[in-house]
Design a protein around this ligand. Structure first.
Ligand code: HH2
Length: 261
């Protein structure tokens, strides 16, 4: 899943693709680099980010979603917490709703159920503005797992057809908790839903002794991707598509070579 942030303030690519023409070019470039899904977002959800209005978000994403849907067969995903934004995008060709607030809003559940859109359901505590204030968990993996299970079951009951779950790396978790989630991802994959992970360039990858800035987090991202896939992840959300693709090709060989043993 290639990340396309149409925002001025995303933590690693903010301001790069605010012009819809540049955004669409970047999306098609990621397709040519091997992305199987394009995830378009119009609101940064980095820690401390302030929410944007529905109209601002729609103004950013709709022209991009429309043009991408007309120019590629790769499924488009809309990264939004707002039911109205999701509805407009699905009406214009988006196949997947990526909701970092985990379908907390009943209106979002209705949009997914009524339109038949697939959903990525992610765990986050609070909101992006507050999430890093409360990172105390008794067992982070079990708590995230329990939340994803109950939200997914409720969504199924409400008629949502296809659900993937995401533990929400960096959303209300300490660096160590993010590493623990990656290491114990199998416990979440055991729920039976495809698991999505989004480690790409995140700050927990820069908290190691080497203290790396965003531009130097590619190798850490790829290490996190490898750990996640070996532990059951089905979809990885990344900015650096060709590098990730090459890592995935090797991982697939490793997994296939052991198949059935
Ligand atoms: N992370 C971000 C945004 N959306 N969606 C899912 N399903 N999983 C994630 O881990 C995830 C996500 C944050 O990363 P990014 O889009 O690069 O930054 P920003 O929120 O600043 O736009």
């Amino acid at each position: 899943m290639g990340v396309l942030n149409v925002t001025p303030d995303s933590f690693s690519d903010g301001g790069c693709y605010l012009d819809p023409v540049l955004a669409v070019d970047r999306g098609l470039e990621m397709v040519s680099e091997g992305a199987d899904i394009l995830d378009v977002g119009g609101e940064s959800t980095r820690p401390g980010a302030t929410a944007v209005s529905e109209d601002v978000e729609l103004g950013r994403v709709l022209p991009v979603v429309e043009r991408l849907a007309a120019n590629t067969d790769v499924p488009i995903s809309i990264d939004t917490r707002k039911a109205r934004v999701a509805r407009f995008c699905v009406d214009r060709g988006t196949a997947i709703i990526n909701d970092v607030s985990g379908l907390r809003d009943p209106a979002m559940v209705r949009v997914a159920a009524e339109t038949g859109a697939s959903v990525v359901l992610m765990h986050m505590r609070g909101t992006p503005a507050t999430m890093q204030r409360n990172t105390a968990y008794e067992d982070v993996v079990l708590e995230v797992r329990g939340y994803l299970q109950s939200q997914a079951q409720a969504a199924k009951r409400a008629g949502v057809r296809e659900i993937a779950v995401d533990p929400g790396l960096g959303f209300g978790k300490t660096a160590r908790q993010n590493f623990e989630i990656l290491g114990r991802l199998r416990d979440i994959a055991d729920l039976g839903y495809p698991v999505v992970v989004g480690p790409s360039r995140k700050s927990f990858l820069g908290t190691l002794p080497s203290r790396l800035p965003v531009v130097d987090r590619l190798e850490g991202t790829l290490a996190a991707v490898a750990a996640a896939v070996m532990n059951g992840a089905a979809i990885v959300r990344v900015h650096d598509v060709p590098q990730c693709r090459r890592v995935l090709e090797v991982l697939v060989e490793v997994l296939e070579a052991c198949d059935g043993r």
